[in-house]
Design a binder for this molecule. Structure first.
Ligand code: SAH
Ligand code: SF4
Ligand code: F3S
Length: 440
């Protein structure tokens, strides 16, 4: 038998890309590939790319340039580009970088095996269709041999919201929800392979409306309750949500479903109604704050996280101040903030842009506030008892690292612990980026 071919995948962008990379590796596993951690000995290199901000997209071209030497030394090496840059700039990538053999958009991964075969014959392969089918159901291959105790599971893809700054509706296409049965069987399969925590993924995961076995459309809340019945699955999370799709059942589940973890990523982007309107967000700062109030009533200790854009076109100092006020009122456990990045083809790209220096200065102030909140919330965990799912050995001898219910990194020094255990831990110390504790 010939040696297996080696596949190196580099993943950029969001968790959906992480999930997709895993499924692509499985699909190519069926073609005789095993994964390698370095491009140097690879027979195929796949970049799974992100188009969300300009920097992310430009990285792809510089990364590709770095493979020139490798390809010269090994002409048989195949280089592929997947993900959202592939979708947005497929033809352009082939033109700008002739060493690329394969370009595949995020909705076409089930074509990978035949595309790979084509490149082996020395041809180029490009597929960026939006087919009306469940690519995941068609993506067969060889399941990953070793698995940790946590896993992502994509249940929803695409976006119909068209926020004025965002490329996702163009790169991922229209909203699509996978049928309930396929999600449940994938979840059961993961649990059989040792997974104890599943994070349900979607660009608008709470807009999930998959076909149920009873012929009804199921909401995300209903799907979560069905997952709650899966024996051996201990924790459920989901991301990313849109405020307008937080329905009553989902809010209630946060108070009543024990397996649903007290953490919610709910991006608002801005605290100014004037800007929210221009962003086409179809919610106001006030409606977001009232929503947070209701979620906290259902689950008082929930840890909230969000996304913010500073320097959206026409954002004034007053608008920005409204964002600072909103952040001050919510009190986030985590938050991600970005300078607005002009994306070709989106409506906001046409409007009056804010000065780069102004953006930088606002980002600095916002991040300063967010860091203070994050710290205070993390520090307040000291003395509390929390659940921790241990995922890997820590840096020190006899130490194990994992995540708390609230998604804080926690490490515990106790030689009796092993990977995959879910234990109660008393938090004793709060460090820079993690908590320390002891078994309760
Ligand atoms: N679907 C998710 C987010 C997808 S993108 C949601 O609606 O919440 C992740 C984050 O990137 C967004 O929440 C936004 O804060 C940021 N983002 C998207 N487009 C951007 C742009 N053009 N410039 C800067 N940040 C952007
Ligand atoms: Fe982008 Fe808005 Fe859709 Fe989120 S909801 S993916 S920010 S268009
Ligand atoms: Fe980036 Fe595409 Fe995800 S643009 S954030 S990889 S959906």
């Amino acid at each position: 038998m010939s040696d297996p071919k080696k596949l190196y995948i580099k993943t950029y962008g969001c968790q959906m890309n992480v999930y997709d990379s895993e499924r692509m590796a499985e699909a190519l596993g069926g073609q005789g590939y095993v994964e390698t951690q370095t491009p140097d000995d690879a027979d195929m290199i796949l970049l799974n790319t992100c188009h969300i901000r300009e920097k992310a997209a430009e990285k792809v071209y510089s990364e590709l340039g770095r493979f020139k030497g490798l390809k010269a030394a090994k002409p048989d090496l195949k280089i592929g580009v997947a993900g959202c840059v592939a979708q947005a700039e497929g033809q352009e990538i082939m033109r700008r970088q002739p060493l690329v053999d394969l370009v595949v958009g995020p909705s076409s991964y089930h074509h990978l095996p035949e595309m790979e075969a084509k490149t082996r014959k020395g041809e180029k392969a490009l597929v960026t269709d939006f087919p009306e089918e469940d690519k995941f159901a068609k993506l067969k291959g060889r399941p990953k041999a070793a698995r940790g105790p946590t896993a992502f599971l994509s249940v929803q893809e695409g976006c119909d919201k068209f926020c004025a700054f965002c490329v996702v509706p163009y790169t991922r296409g229209a909203e699509y929800s996978r049928p309930v049965e396929t999600v449940l069987s994938e979840a059961r399969d993961l649990v059989e392979r040792g997974v104890r925590e599943i994070t349900l993924l979607g660009q608008n995961v709470n807009a999930y409306h998959g076909a149920g076995p009873d012929g009804d459309e199921w909401s995300l809340a209903r799907l979560i309750w069905a997952l709650d019945d899966v024996d051996g699955l201990e924790r459920i999370r989901f991301t990313t949500s849109h405020p307008n799709d937080m329905d009553d059942d989902l809010i209630e589940a946060h108070g009543t479903c024990d397996k649903l973890m007290p953490y919610l990523h709910l991006p608002v982007q801005s605290g100014s109604d004037r800007i929210l309107k221009r962003m086409n967000r179809s919610h106001t700062a006030e409606s977001y704050l009232r929503l947070i109030e209701r979620i906290r009533e259902a689950r008082p200790d929930i840890l909230l996280s969000g996304d913010f854009i500073v320097g959206f076109p026409e954002e004034t100092e007053e608008d920005f101040q409204a964002t600072m006020d909103l952040v001050a009122e919510v009190n986030y456990g985590y938050a991600y903030s970005f300078k607005y990045s002009t994306r070709p083809g989106t409506p906001a790209a046409e409007r009056a842009q804010v000065d780069e220096d102004v953006k930088s200065e606002r980002l600095y102030r916002l991040q300063d506030l967010i860091t203070q909140q994050q710290r205070a919330i993390q520090d307040a965990m000291v003395g509390r008892e929390v659940g921790v799912l241990f995922e890997k050995p820590g840096r020190l001898d006899g130490q194990m690292a994992g995540k708390s219910d609230h998604l804080h990194a926690v490490h515990v020094r106790d030689a009796s612990l092993s990977v995959g255990e879910l234990r109660r831990v008393r938090i004793t110390e709060s460090g820079t980026n993690s908590l320390a504790g002891e078994l309760a």
